[in-house]
Design a protein around this ligand. Sequence first.
Ligand code: KIV
Length: 272
Amino acid sequence: MTQYPSQENKKSLSIIDLQAMKQRGEKITCLTAYDASFSAVLDHAGIDLILVGDSLGMVIQGKDTTIPVRVDDIVYHTQCVTQANPRAFIVADLPFLSYSTPEAAAQNAARLMQQGLAQMVKLEGTKPEIINFLVAQGIPVCGHLGLLPQSINQLGGYLVQGKEKSTADKIISDALKLEQAGASLLVLECVPAVLGKNIANQLSIPVIGIGAGVDCDGQVLVLYDILDIGVSHRPRFSKNYLQNASSVAEAISNYIKEVKQLRFPSSEHTYQ
Ligand code: KIV
């Protein structure tokens, strides 16, 4: 008879755990990571979610944008992160133009999951038909709305999104579409706090904010920004956690503590 691992001994967090956290009002903590050493440090500190983001194009590869990042890059860095066998739930980014058709999206997502061992893939923008197709193949999907770094050349800059009622309403309706299409998580980037709160309240899936206010169901930041390592400037919504810590591990623990206790983001890291 097939032996399934007992749920009690199950090591890594699942999407069910993250949904339960939303339901009981416990904030979900997330940071990006791109290698095994940081994956282990984050995991030891008790992070819930690790994102292998295409931000690696900027912080690892030193590029100006995330656009040059290739599927091979994300596969490699996801392998490095999952090699540390973290308890955290692992989401990997589908990079620019790797999900322009449902078939391409499925093939590339399969690589992130089969070779990289990601548990979920993330894609930017309002693409319900792609999400629908992936979910039908058994691929869990995280949406990403608000500021979309892969569309930076269309947006014209890293600007706050959804400041006017019409644009805020569009982001809300897009978020509902992604949830209806089967997305299990949503990253919401660089929007006014009131919009972040509204979307987190309307959606039943967890909404992970980055510059979207304290009322999102969780928070994500780029690891190198909070450790003040960087080739580019730290965005206003991020915070230098190394400043008041004596080690990298302490800085990460302080970030986790502040998110869990609703002390991050404070008003200085929030858009009104
Ligand atoms: O690539 C990334 O790190 C991201 C976060 C900024 C959310 O998508």
